[in-house]
Design a protein around this ligand. Sequence first.
Ligand SMILES: Nc1nc2c(ncn2[C@@H]2O[C@H](COP(=O)(O)OP(=O)(O)OP(=O)(O)O)[C@@H](O)[C@H]2O)c(=O)[nH]1
Ligand SMILES: [Mg+2]
Length: 579
Amino acid sequence: MTTHVLATAGHVDHGKSTLVRALTGTDPDRWDEEKERGLTIDLGFAHTTLGVDQGVSLIDVPGHIRFLKNMLAGVGAVDACVFVVAAPESWMPQSEEHLRILELLGVDRGVIAVTQSGLVDQDLLELALLDVSERVTGTFLEDAAVVPVDSVDGSGLDELRQALADLLADTPEAADRQRPRLWVDRSFAPAGAGTVVTGTLTGGSIAVGQTLAVVPGGTDVRVRSLQSHFSAADRLGPGTRAAVNLTGIDHHAIERGHALVKPDQWHEATTVDASLTVLASLDHDVSRRGAFVAYIGSGEHPVRLRVLGPDRLGPGTTGAVRLHLATPLPLLPGDRFVLRDMGRGETVGGGELLDVDPRVAAARARPDGSVDRVVRERGRVTVDELERLTGERRNPTLGRWVTDPEAVTATAADLAARAEAAGPLGVDLAELNDWDRAVLETTQAVTVDQGRVKVAGAGDHLADHPFLAELEASPFDPPDADDVDRAELAELVRRGQVLVADGNWYAPSAVDAAEVVVAGLLAEKPEGVTVAEVRDALGTTRKHALPLLSLLDGRGATRRRGDVRIAGPRLGQTGPIAR
Ligand SMILES: Nc1nc2c(ncn2[C@@H]2O[C@H](COP(=O)(O)OP(=O)(O)OP(=O)(O)O)[C@@H](O)[C@H]2O)c(=O)[nH]1
Ligand SMILES: [Mg+2]
């Protein structure tokens, strides 16, 4: 069974609700007031099956201008429309306005029902059909089937059903992008059931037991049960009308215009850049002045508007605008909106969101909806963040980021500059963040040597540090290290280029040489040699003989026994005698 969601559209009293009832058996006018007045105030919902396996959900909208807000809440996520024009009155103002709104929202297909056909003679019917086909020329309904019907006497209904079946056979099923979003159009609390919200589910599936987030607000809720048109389901896919029973939220805390989404999957946008197409019928330019509201998803949101580039847009033109929302919404580039001016009570135009988190100042912003630009403006963006901002999941190009080549080059240059500034010792690797480290792998400009980031090819200044030469010049009577840079000294010791014992510093070659001398002594006196004998043999003082011997003890060349040193287990194995 495929399912599609359709909305009605058309002027007040042209027979939308009557047609929905004739097609589905359900009266979409739910409220007593609606039934009494014969006027649709709010959205109505009905369901039918065409043929054996084509499920159709119908959202019935009000035609009266006063309830345009409710109409807009209903048509945001539909696959197609049933456009209703009454034969006796033919094209009327809300026929026009609804058509414009559907166009602005990106609805791209539908059927046209010319209703109340039994109330006019053949000539008038022909006139109405002609009028309608002229009105829709150049719009998405240009090639739509136009079917005369009378919902009261039933004539034409079979043809309309067939036209709908043909339309839906050609209509792709709602895409599953694993990114479910349900714009809430109703929230209520049936006795004993907690909170129930309804809406048109798009972008992905939701399942019983799943945790979802309410935006705005971010409240986590759990799906207790699911229904579509009163039949229970464990899971509902995109392109279905969904009634979701939630735990974790009071029904007053979630309302029309809010959205249910997966936690952490959506950027919550408050400033967005968008294209705005101004209706050709508008009699003035659009500038930042106006009491604007944007209809996005199922909601009505006051916005501040700024035209990007020029400061105004003329009727019939398209340009870029920046919108500031009062409440954050889970939005993506490609989402559609309709803009109205509440002060003038008119529909201004509408368009498509291009950037849900603009980075460039309005004066310079040139939004275009491209994923590459989002990456370029940021330099780097994690794959998760990129998906939140664009809906697109890309493979990372470096570490966990999708990167702009210029940003990688810039960071590499920055690393080189830091290494340069840090001098010969370089920068401690521990000071670099994840991004720096990732870039490090890609650049030849710096190298990592023993945990320090250094300018590549700078050579190792520590290898010929002057202190080493001083130590080697007087191996058994070496100088102190008071004038040596502490960090450099520590690094020399860490590398083993300088040996330290009892606060004295020695060249490794000095200890090697001492080992040769002591080995010679021990060859003659295997029973052991004294410190004094070693001191004399090295021609040094006790101050240095003691640390040198303890360094030899340390490497296992000698070993203490009472007052003397004897051969250690590794005598001749680590020093120059072995080599
Ligand atoms: N004879 C006849 N009467 C119709 C037909 N369609 C609607 N009507 C009548 O026209 C009146 C208005 O019909 P509705 O279905 O309420 O019109 P609507 O488009 O839903 O109106 P709103 O929702 O308020 O915009 C009602 O009295 C209907 O009985 C039709 O095809 N034939
Ligand atoms: Mg109605």
